[in-house]
Design a protein around this ligand. Sequence first.
Ligand code: AQP
Length: 328
Amino acid sequence: MRIFSGIQPTGRKHLGNYIGAISQYVAGQDRGDGVYCIVDLHAITVEFDPAELRERTYDTAAILLAAGLDPRRCILFRQSDVFEHTELAWLLSSVTSYGDLQRMHQFKEKSGAQRKLVSAGLFFYPVLMAADVLAYRANEVPVGDDQRQHVELMRDVALRFNAYFGEHLVVPEARIPAVGARIMDLQNPETKMSTTGASEEGTLYVLDEPALIERKLKRAVTDSGEGIHRSPQKPGITNLIDILAAVRGVEPEAIERDFAQLRYGDLKAALAAEVTAYLAPTRERYAQLRPDVAGLQATLADGAQRARAIAAGTLADVRDAMGVGPPR
Ligand code: AQP
């Protein structure tokens, strides 16, 4: 079984990314054949700094390796090193519905947040994402809940391609964690924790120092009234329960039972200790790995070579099935 997922290059990966995506990537290495990609070509669809893009790619590679990705057991590479993604995106655009792209929530949210320019790339983003996954004929795509709609779109693209041109593509399934699929901002628990759209105080970064984690959790917005249980009227407490459940690897009901007789402050204290312990090994290994840029570059280059060996085969099949280029 092949697993594929992509993650944007930033040094500021947060707890939502960690629980929703990164921890699933690490677990995926034991379940199948994992292919993980740092999607620098996606990062250029919003305002970005060219001098920083490469650095942030190394940051992300170091975070993923520190979290437990093992290049001997998976493929880790940078999207722009495998040219097949962009050509495949163009070919797949011919079987992507313009109306579907117009309905993408992420485009609506991110386009509204752009101050200088809403790029055509931001609109086209889901087609490139479809190409990323379909190039590897992946069965499973581990993502957080916010990516559900994009995975639905890539399934439609694969199904339409197969219907028009023959069964060449695998229709992938989203793998969304049962707990922690949508970690919310600690200051504004109606909004998802996010790199660009959330508050600094409300976002727990993977590389935050323990004292900062404790401070942010202490100041997390809670709800009026008492009682540690989940409810739509208590989004702050619901989020804290979900975070602790994800970190402990248990159901949220178990947290409700454990804290039934306790107060909000007890929940926050437990969270501060357990989130710190959960993230500490990654933060410590990151500090060792990040300075070795040549090593990170070599890992990404080797990953790209192995990734290309797979993607090139799919692209050749797609070109042939579509009548593009000379016959094989
Ligand atoms: N709050 C979240 N809870 C659970 N999972 C989340 N993910 C993102 N936010 C949460 C998942 O993290 C993976 C990597 O995301 P990305 O770095 O490619 O960017 P994104 O999905 O656009 O997430 P961000 O961090 O919120 O960035 P911005 O602010 O740029 O939108 C994905 O699998 C995502 O589902």
